[in-house]
Ligand binder design. Structure first.
Ligand SMILES: Nc1ncnc2c1ncn2[C@@H]1O[C@H](COP(=O)(O)OP(=O)(O)OP(=O)(O)O)[C@@H](O)[C@H]1O
Length: 264
C-alpha cells in the first residue's frame, strides 16, 4: 500500500505533569474519513491540534507524508471548530475571500487587482457549493448557526487542504439541520478528495459519516492519580462494515467511560 498521509508512532502528549495521550500508533491513508469519539477531556481535540501543527508531540512521532509534521498550520490542513470562527465585521463573501487572502498574503490578507477578482470568483463558487449563494452580502450576525458553519467550511476548503479537521462542527446545531450538514460534508469530502478527521460526541454521527471510527480511552488507570496515564486509540473500526451489535456495545462502553471520567 502507498505511504500513509498521516502516521503516529508511539505518539504521546502531556501538559506539565498531566499525561493526555500515550502510545498512539496509527496510519491513515488519503481519502479516509476518520471519526473520533471518547470521553470528554481524553485528548481528541489535542490530537487534531497536533495534526494542525499548533501543538507538538511530547514523545514519539507524528508524520505527514513520511515527514515530521510542521510545527505551524499550513494550507494543506484546514480546520472547522464547534464555535463559529468567522470574521464578524465582514460579509459572507468577504470572509471567504479573506481566508484565501491569508493563504496568499499572510500578513494582511488583502488581495488586489486580478488576484482579488479571481479570489472573488472562486469564493462565490465555493459558497454556491456549500449552499450560501443567496447570502453573499450578509454579515455573520444575520446567519443561522448552520449557515455560519457552512461559511466556516467554505473558508477552510477554499484553501484547498488535503486534510480537513472537524472539531465537533455540528455539536451546537439542531438535529434537523445536522442531517443537511452531514449530506454537505459527505459531498465535499468526495468532491475535493479530502482526508477527514472529525471529533464528535454523537456515536451515531461517527458511525454514519466515517469510513473508520476511533475510540480514545485510557488503557492504564491509577485511581490515586487520574492524570498519570494518557489515552490511546482503543478501538479502530471500519464503520461501514460494523453491525448494530458493535454500535450497541460501543454505546454502552462510551456511556460508562463518560461516567468514569466525570467522577475522576
Ligand atoms: N493548552 C493546554 N494546557 C494545559 N492543558 C490542556 C491544554 N489544552 C488541553 N488541555 C487539557 O488536555 C486534556 C484534553 O483536552 P482535549 O480538549 O484534547 O479533550 P477532548 O477529548 O477533545 O475533550 P472534549 O470532548 O470535551 O472536547 C484536558 O484535560 C484539557 O484540560
Amino acid at each position: 500500500m502507498n505511504q500513509p498521509l498521516i502516521e503516529a508512532r508511539q505518539l504521546g502528549k502531556q501538559y506539565g505533569q498531566d499525561i493526555i495521550l500515550e502510545g498512539v500508533n496509527t496510519q491513515v491513508h488519503e481519502g479516509e474519513f476518520v471519526t473520533l469519539v471518547g470521553a470528554s477531556g481524553c485528548g481528541k481535540s489535542t490530537f487534531l491540534k497536533m495534526i494542525l501543527g499548533i501543538e507538538q508531540a511530547s514523545s514519539g512521532e507524528l508524520l505527514l507524508n513520511g515527514d515530521t509534521i510542521p510545527n505551524e498550520p499550513g494550507p494543506d490542513r484546514g480546520i472547522v471548530f464547534q464555535q463559529y470562527s468567522v470574521f464578524p465585521h465582514m460579509t459572507v463573501l468577504e470572509n471567504v475571500i479573506a481566508a484565501k487572502g491569508f493563504q496568499k498574503a499572510s500578513l494582511t490578507g488583502y488581495l488586489f487587482g486580478k488576484e482579488r477578482r479571481l479570489a472573488q470568483q472562486e469564493a462565490t463558487e465555493m459558497l454556491t457549493q456549500v449552499g450560501l449563494s443567496h447570502a453573499l452580502k450578509r454579515y455573520p450576525h444575520e446567519l443561522s448557526g448552520g449557515m455560519k458553519q457552512r461559511l466556516a467550511i467554505a473558508q477552510a476548503i477554499i484553501c484547498k487542504p488535503r486534510i480537513l479537521l472537524l472539531d465537533e462542527p455540528f455539536g451546537a446545531l439542531d438535529p434537523g439541520i445536522r442531517g443537511d450538514m452531514h449530506t454537505l460534508i459527505l459531498d465535499l469530502w468526495k468532491a475535493h478528495n479530502l482526508t477527514i478527521f472529525m471529533v464528535t460526541h454523537d456515536l451515531k454521527e461517527g458511525f454514519h459519516l466515517g469510513t473508520r471510527l476511533w475510540v480514545f480511552d485510557k488503557i492504564r488507570h491509577d485511581p490515586q492519580a487520574p492524570n498519570a496515564y494518557g489515552a490511546s486509540i482503543t478501538y479502530d473500526l471500519p464503520v461501514g462494515e460494523s453491525d448494530t451489535r458493535t454500535y450497541d456495545d460501543l454505546h454502552q462502553q462510551l456511556t460508562h467511560q463518560q461516567q468514569t471520567s466525570e467522577k475522576a
